[in-house]
Every structure is written in C-alpha cells, then in structure tokens.
Design a protein around this ligand. Structure first.
Ligand code: CA
Ligand code: CA
Ligand code: CA
Ligand code: CA
Length: 380
C-alpha cells in the first residue's frame, strides 16, 4: 500500500508541476458561468450549499439569490486556500459590484448592509477547488432564520440535514420537519424568516394565527411542495405575513386561505411567486385589507384560481399572476371591495375575471393590462 500511495503522490505532483489540467467533479449547479446563466439558490438569508466546486480552470460559478425584506447579510465562502485560491463578488441585479472578498487566506466574507428587497448575484471565481457557500443575516440584522426540511437533502438550498421536529430549527444542521412545529415552538414575528427546503410536505394544515403573525415563509426554486389535500396554509387573524416561492400541489383544498377568526380579519398579507398546481382554489382571501397577490402561477385549480371575498373599504392588489388550465374561475372578486386586477394572464378557464354577487355600487374594480383568453373575459 505504501508503495502505491507514494506512486500516486508522485503522479499528482507531476500533474501539478507540469501544469496538466487538474479537475474536480462539476457541481450540481452547472452550467452557471455568467450572471445571465446564474443558478437559482433561493432566499438569501437561508442559503447553505456544500460540496460546490470550481471544477476546472475555466469554471466560474454564479448564483442568483433573493432578498424579501430589507436586511444586512453576510455572504461567506468556506474553503482551504492552500488547495487553490477562491474569491467572491456580490452584485446587484444589474451586475454592479456591491462587495468583494479577494484575500489570500482561507475563506472569504462579504458583509453588506441595508440591502433593499430584490435580486442579487454571487460570483465565485479563482482556482480549481472545493467550497461551501453560506448566506446569513448580518451582524446588525434582527432577522432570525428558521429551517425546515423533509427527510431528504437532495437539491436543497437551506438545510444541511434531514428535518426532525425534535430539532431546534435554528440552524441549517438542525432543521425541523414541519412548519407547524416552528409555529408551535416559537413566537414568530416580522423579523422571522422560515426557510423551507426542497422537499414534499404532506401531513396537515399550516395554521398561522395572531400570535405568530408577520413572518416570511420561503421555499426553494427546486420545489418546496405542500401536498396536503385540505387548506395547506391557513391564516386566521394573521397580518403582515409574506408567503413566497412555495409550491402547493395535489388536488382539493386551498393553497393559501386567509380569513378572520370571527372578529378580526387577516390583513396586509403578501402572497408572491408561489407555484400552485392542482388544489380546488389556489389563493383565497375572505374579508382582507391591503393584501397583495403577485406573480403567482396557478394551474389546474378546479374551482377558483384566486378568490377574494372582500367587502367595504378593503383593498386588494392582484398583479402579474398567471392562471391557466382547468374549467373554473380565474379570478373571482365577489361581494364588492376595492380591488385592482393588473397585468395578469388568465387562459383556459370558463371565466377569466368574475364578480359574483357584485352590484355596481359595492365594487371598485380597477382592471388594467391583463391578458384574458377564457370562455368569458369578464362577467358579473
Ligand atoms: Ca462550479
Ligand atoms: Ca460554473
Ligand atoms: Ca481568496
Ligand atoms: Ca429536502
């Protein structure tokens, strides 16, 4: 054995000394050589990616990350400098460099403060080497990231282990198995970000109430799929929540259902960039106010894509959603209210926009810039 080992070390030494290209296995996010071809990595403050490589001398890795609420972040690379220098840049959505890590030591760190919500990019470049990429709330940030994962770590963005409700959920190494157990164990608020890793989550409804209102919930670009056949996320007198980038799959029930506890409505909620396939109703709000439903993709909802039962002074913005497939209603805004329907695409539904039970007095409806191609474009 010793002779073989020493022979191998001589071969490696020769390869290095003669400049023969030294290569590692390509990582799972290839090919991502440019900002335009960046790999989606999810919501910034939860991201933990291991076993990445600059696999050959030409490799450069770009990642696209999202900031949902203004924040400070620390972007870090973990690697051994002696194995090959790596450097890092973080850019804004247009490629303007916001910060760099260009040292000759192990690891790199870029700390950025007061970032606005939006898209950012991480560029990793340098020598052939293996690395990990992590993004966390910055030193001055109040954000608390809470981690959820199913039983698999495949295609993950946030957690580094399988989920278990016996875990704390406070670190990527100890994710919980269910969002509900996060809600049960902690008092959530507006500085909390629940990152839900790639996987399938069946079980039961996630119920958010006034005690835990105001947090953000984010899935991954690779599918954080809630397949429970009833109401998948239910908000009961829960305000100022953000539900972003989550998949709602399988038939029956409602993807996201926000309503009152019988006294106080759920208001000021934002449902953005979710992907709903199946369900009976994709997104439903009863008696809300100042809610935003934006950039969701809803296909195959057997009854309603979006159903907003608002009344009186309520304001709802329904913008940029794509609703298609199946026979029912695309967007239904019954019973009045102040509703803006802008920039949506609705196709292959019996009705694109429907106002059931609406009288001219009760509904203030602003409709602009939509693309409706259904049996009926608009009807009440
Ligand atoms: Ca790579
Ligand atoms: Ca690459
Ligand atoms: Ca470096
Ligand atoms: Ca998983």
């Amino acid at each position: 054995m010793r002779r073989i080992a020493s022979f191998l070390s001589i071969v490696v030494a020769c390869l290095v000394s003669t400049g023969v290209a030294y290569a590692l296995p390509a990582d799972r996010f290839e090919s991502n050589e440019t900002r335009a071809a960046a790999a989606d990595a999810g919501v910034a403050q939860g991201i933990h990616l291991n076993n990445l490589t600059l696999h050959d001398a030409d490799d450069e890795d770009w990642f696209r990350v999202e900031i949902l609420r203004a924040d400070d972040i620390d972007v870090s690379l973990q690697f051994t400098h002696a194995d090959g220098n790596l450097d890092i840049q973080v850019t804004d959505a247009d490629g303007g460099v916001l910060g760099s890590g260009l040292t000759s030591d192990d690891n790199e760190l870029v700390s950025l403060t007061a970032l606005s919500p939006g898209t950012y990019y991480v560029r990793v470049f340098g020598d052939v080497n293996t690395y990990g990429l992590a993004i966390a709330p910055g030193t001055g940030s109040l954000t608390r990231a809470l981690f959820v994962n199913d039983g698999e770590t495949d295609n993950g963005c946030y957690a580094l282990a399988a989920g278990d409700d016996a875990n704390s959920g406070l670190t990527p190494d100890a994710p919980k198995a269910t969002v509900q157990d996060i809600l049960d164990d902690y008092d959530l608020g507006p500085t909390d970000l629940v990152v839900i890793d790639t996987g399938t989550y069946a079980g039961s409804s996630v119920v958010i109430t006034v005690e835990d209102e105001g947090a953000a919930y984010a899935g991954t670009p690779y599918g954080s799929s809630f397949s429970f056949g009833g109401n998948r996320f239910e908000l009961i007198d829960a305000d100022f929540n953000l539900i972003y980038g989550i998949d709602f799959t399988s038939s029956g029930g409602i993807g996201i259902y926000a309503h009152s506890d019988g006294v106080d409505s759920s208001t000021n909620n934002e449902f953005i960039a979710n992907n709903i396939t199946g369900t009976s109703t994709g997104i439903r709000i009863d008696g809300g106010n100042a809610d935003l439903i934006r950039d969701n993709t809803i296909s195959g909802a057997s009854s309603y894509g979006i159903y907003v039962s608002s009344a009186g002074v309520d304001v709802t913005e329904i913008d940029g959603n794509h609703i298609y497939n199946s026979a029912g209603y695309g967007i239904d805004v019954p019973h009045g209210g102040n509703v803006a329907v802008t920039g949506n695409t609705v196709s292959d539904r019996a009705y694109a926009l429907y106002g059931s039970g609406v009288s001219a007095k009760s509904l203030q409806l602003h409709v602009e810039g939509n693309n409706f191609s259904s049996g009926w474009a608009m009807k009440h």
